[in-house]
Design a protein around this ligand. Structure first.
Ligand code: ZN
Length: 290
């Protein structure tokens, strides 16, 4: 099964929803970054939220970046998504670990700690849109909901879950974002508040519930329509050419420091690929290698 997102409209367009299954892409992120289970859960939730938020953007070139800075062991997380279901991300300290919570669950809030969530949307305008909020609890879902409410004034229910298996592989991952559009009535708000009372998302995912099931469970009382189904994936999109172009913008002095012994190695944080440039390629940057 591949990962996908459903875009749903309910109550004559006054409610919109995004429902995702992401266990393949979260599994890939965990494999690339060799994350501990609690970091897999933290990064996985941010990737899941990010890929759905990316889908809310309109144009092909739009780019969303979510940055979490926290005083917990993981230090920080960064996720980038486009509007077409491509997402990538990394944790500052993928090997960070904290004890389980008393209820036996992974302590995502504990490994993230207190800090901030910054959302940058590059929508092809002169200045990218940027909003920042303090973390509510570091559990990611509520932090994103708080961002929507305060920075974008869009009341939202956000639910994200990652289930890590005993062998550290990702068993399930997914979630949803449900939002009230301008003009929503009080009755509708009451109706939506009931969706926050649904059983916990990890349990639903563990039962094998699909995005379609999640839409039924949360919006089943309203008339809703699935508008689109979009496949999503972990995709870095980096290449030697792109890295070379980025290097060309660096000050000569920094490049000189990077080039050692006739070669230059640049690591991509997102996919852990080492891009190696030889003397000839470095020469194109007009840098001496000794
Ligand atoms: Zn890469």
């Amino acid at each position: 099964m591949t990962d996908y997102i459903l875009r749903v409209s309910a109550a004559d367009g006054l409610v919109r929803g995004f429902f995702a299954t992401t266990h393949v892409l979260v599994g890939e992120a965990a494999k690339i970054h060799k994350t501990t289970p609690v970091v897999t859960a933290a990064l996985g939730r941010l990737l899941t939220g990010g890929v759905m938020m990316g889908y809310t953007m309109k144009s092909e070139k739009d780019l969303l970046t979510l940055t979490i800075k926290g005083d917990g062991a993981v230090g920080g997380l960064l996720v980038t998504a486009d509007s077409k279901g491509n997402v990538k991300g990394y944790a500052n300290n993928p090997q960070a670990d904290v004890p389980l919570k008393e209820n036996g669950k992974l302590d995502v809030g504990g490994v993230v700690g207190g800090g901030s969530l910054t959302v940058v949307k590059d929508l092809g305008l002169k200045e990218p849109y940027s909003g920042q909020v303090e973390l509510v609890n570091g559990e990611i879902a509520m932090d994103i909901a708080y961002y929507f409410a305060t920075s974008e004034q869009v009341p939202s229910v956000v639910s994200l879950g990652v289930l890590v298996d005993v062998d550290y592989s990702v068993k399930r991952a997914g979630g949803f974002i449900i939002q009230l559009m301008p003009g929503a009535t009080d009755e509708l708000i009451d109706e939506l508040e009931k969706t926050t009372n649904i059983p916990n998302i990890t349990k639903l995912l563990d039962e094998g519930k699909t995005p379609e099931d999640l839409a039924n469970i949360t919006l089943g009382n309203m008339d809703f329509e699935v508008l689109e189904k979009l496949p999503c994936r972990f995709d870095c999109g980096c290449s030697k050419e792109k890295v070379l172009r980025a290097l060309a913008t660096l000050p000569k002095k920094d490049l000189q420091n990077l080039a050692q012994g006739g070669k230059m190695e640049v690591m991509c944080h997102f996919c852990n690929t080492a891009h190696i440039f030889d003397e000839h390629e470095i020469g194109e940057l007009n840098v001496k290698t000794d």
